[in-house]
Design a protein around this ligand. Structure first.
Ligand code: FO1
Length: 453
């Protein structure tokens, strides 16, 4: 039996308390994986010290923002693999359905836990769920940052304004935190739990808005296969500056969003892979600095998905240009059905509708055109958030909100040359993309899809 203590800087005691007589419980939410999961490792460590069984619980909320059936299919696909993986380690898996703010307190109290461990997630829905659990329990509740390599609260105690000021704070600590994960033990204390009735679970989310079927396989195994593919064929060309289409996405974003693979494990694999240093550094910049900067935004900025969350200089410049003439103005139906005058924008929207994914450069273009052709910046941010949360597989994520505020509101960016509507917010015309040889093919590929039949 090997203990694997977790760095205390990952832990935040949400409530001290008196241990119950039951198991240690890990309430899994953001980090939906068995391996490389600091919250699960901490829960097992405490269970071993207390000589208690270990149970993992997940609460399925039938409505999570605008999430559509495709996101739930992806998430449930991953959770179906979590159950047997835990069973092999003699760790119970319980899945409850209902509003977590009421279902979890009721179900957790029944387990009379010695300790409840939850994973870190700065989104306001999760803050509310955790508050409800903390208010209802009498046992200790501890939050573990299992999503970030450098724990968000350690990386910075305040809202950061640019990658330039944040990067050194993260890089200084990487040596201590970018380490291999210990392995979970086979748990010595069993806990009887009925197997999950997955048909019931699928029925619970039937009411979610329909969407196109999944085009990628969910789960921890599929995530590692995608990482292998990316290492072999995409990493070398990553971040190729003069070719925005070559920004070969890793394809890992949905797996990272649902926590089916950890950014730390991906970083270790990429850092040690024989590829051009510039490509490795460009990828680690996105995976570590940009992602942790997004969690920093959502942790310290309550308006992380609206106009009030963008920097003062950007609010001022967008206000100065609020009355500028909009050459086009689209309502939400036109945006949603890719019915603008711009074939590149329509193609990007059709790709998101069809696959739930869109690669980096086009994502920025997609959001910036929503600013250019909406009546106000507030309406533009609301449209981009709604569409991204509804259709992107990796929507409803700090990374998405930071990306939208970067594109439309200059967040973590600086002032550029002034233009109508944008003011000093960085403009993107799409010419770099349009001049690429692959451009016509890209538009043709998505133009035939009958998405609205
Ligand atoms: N987390 C949960 O704990 N329970 C859910 O039912 C749930 C549904 C869900 C649906 C779509 C989606 O994109 C995320 C969802 N999440 C759910 C949250 C997810 O685990 C992530 O923690 C956050 O979205 C990212 O911070």
């Amino acid at each position: 039996m090997k203990f694997h203590p977790v760095d205390p800087r990952r832990l935040t005691v949400l409530r001290p308390g008196a241990p119950g007589n039951g198991p240690v419980v890990y309430w899994m939410s953001r980090d939906q994986r068995v391996s490389d999961n600091w919250a699960l490792l901490h829960a097992q460590n405490e269970a071993l010290k207390k000589g208690r069984p270990l149970a993992v619980v997940f609460c399925l909320s039938p409505r999570f923002g605008e999430a559509s059936l495709r996101q739930y299919d992806f998430m449930l696909g991953g959770l179906r693999a979590v159950e047997p993986a835990l069973k092999r380690l003699n760790i119970a898996f319980l899945l409850f359905t209902g509003d977590p703010a009421t279902t979890l307190p009721r179900e957790l109290k029944r387990l009379d836990p010695a300790l409840v461990v939850c994973d870190f997630d700065p989104l306001r829905e999760k803050v509310a769920w955790r508050a409800a659990v903390v208010a209802a329990m009498t046992c200790p509740v501890v939050e573990v940052d299992a999503h970030n390599i450098v724990p968000a609260r350690t990386a910075s105690p305040k809202k950061e304004y640019a990658a330039a000021t944040f990067r050194p704070k993260v890089n200084r600590l990487l040596a201590e935190f970018l380490v291999p994960f210990p392995k979970l033990n086979k748990h010595p204390h069993p806990f009887a739990a009925a197997p999950v009735d997955w048909d019931d679970i699928a029925a619970a989310v039937k009411a979610a808005p329909a969407g196109s079927p999944l085009t990628i396989t969910p789960g921890e195994k599929a995530a590692w296969k995608q990482l292998e593919r990316f290492l072999k064929s995409g990493l070398a060309r990553y971040g190729d500056r003069n070719d925005p289409t070559a920004d070969a996405t890793s394809g890992l974003s949905p797996y990272l969003h649902f926590g089916q693979i950890s950014a730390q494990a991906v970083s270790l694999a990429v850092r040690d892979y024989p590829a051009p240093t510039a490509a490795v550094e460009a990828f680690l910049e996105q995976l570590i600095v940009r992602r942790e900067l997004a969690d920093n935004l959502c942790l310290y900025e309550p308006h992380y998905d609206s106009f009030d969350g963008i920097p003062a200089w950007a609010q001022k410049t967008l206000n100065d240009h609020r009355a500028d003439k909009r050459l086009y103005h689209y309502d939400s139906a036109a945006w949603e059905t890719a019915a603008t005058h711009d074939d590149l924008w329509n193609t990007a929207q059709r790709e998101i509708l069809a696959t739930g994914a869109l690669h980096g450069y086009l994502r920025m273009y997609w959001a910036k055109k929503i600013l250019e052709w909406s009546a106000t910046p507030e309406e533009a941010i609301a449209t981009a958030v709604r569409l991204n949360d509804r259709y992107a597989l990796d929507g409803r994520d700090p990374n998405g909100y930071a990306g939208i505020l970067w594109s439309i509101g200059g967040l973590h960016d600086r002032p550029w040359f002034t233009r109508p509507v944008f003011g000093a917010v960085r403009f993107m015309g799409g010419t770099a993309f349009r001049n690429r040889p692959g451009m016509r093919g890209y538009i043709k590929k998505w133009s035939h899809l009958s998405l609205f039949s």
